[in-house]
Design a protein around this ligand. Sequence first.
Ligand code: ZDP
Length: 277
Amino acid sequence: MAIEFTKYHGLGNDFILIDNRSSLAPCLTTDQAVKLCDRHVGIGADGVIFALPGQDGTDYTMRIFNSDGSEPEMCGNGIRCLARFIADLEGIADSRAYRIHTLAGVITPKLEADGLVTVDMGEPRLLAAEIPTTLAAADQQVINQSLEVAGHTWQVTCVSMGNPHCITFVDDAAAIPLATIGPQFEHHPVFPKRINTEFIQVVRSDYLKMRVWERGVGATLACGTGACASLVAAVLMGRSDRRATVELPGGPLTIDWSEADNRLYMTGPAERVFAGV
Ligand code: ZDP
């Protein structure tokens, strides 16, 4: 069977987008997705994203498989790419918003006139049971708490943006040996659904530098949910403003934690790279 795909990326976090508008069942298995994500013998991507029909009054449904075949609840850079992909499929050039059904609830990306995409990422969830983590009692928050990883005690803060994140503030993000430490956070027994791990360097109260080890993927150039979760952690720790630029290896995202509605608004690019069959 021939399947058409289009590659998109958001700050170098890259995805294979599939037009799956005719069915609510993804047209690829997770095993097939793993093969397509391979950078040597496949197309190469951090994940595969399916544009499925809407449910419960939404315009579309998004499902995503990580490059290891696991399925995350949400994907911030991916949903910007999905919005751009849908607009390309529909032949829409104007700015408009889409209501997207995800495993993390309804998320609303909006194509802006300047070509960027702003996403209403919803409210952060902070209780240990919502992350999930056993680092605190189910109804408690995990803010600046000690965690032993790789023979070192880290001060961590946990935030869910639908998917789980563990944030650590460091003096020099570039110095963190991600490839060795990342997997030990990801598979730590205190995180029953594994974890996305962010290392944050506060440059100024409105400028954070971030490096990320993603659950089910590894070191990526950017992570939208991770940038949102990190800004929330920085605000909770009194280390940043509610609106800041988060610089990722692939470039900057603007993140705004609105005081008015407690929701996160993320703005960044989404670009088409190539299409194939
Ligand atoms: O939660 C997870 O398993 C992540 N790997 C999902 C992907 C997150 C992403 N990088 C983002 O931008 O939010 C796509």
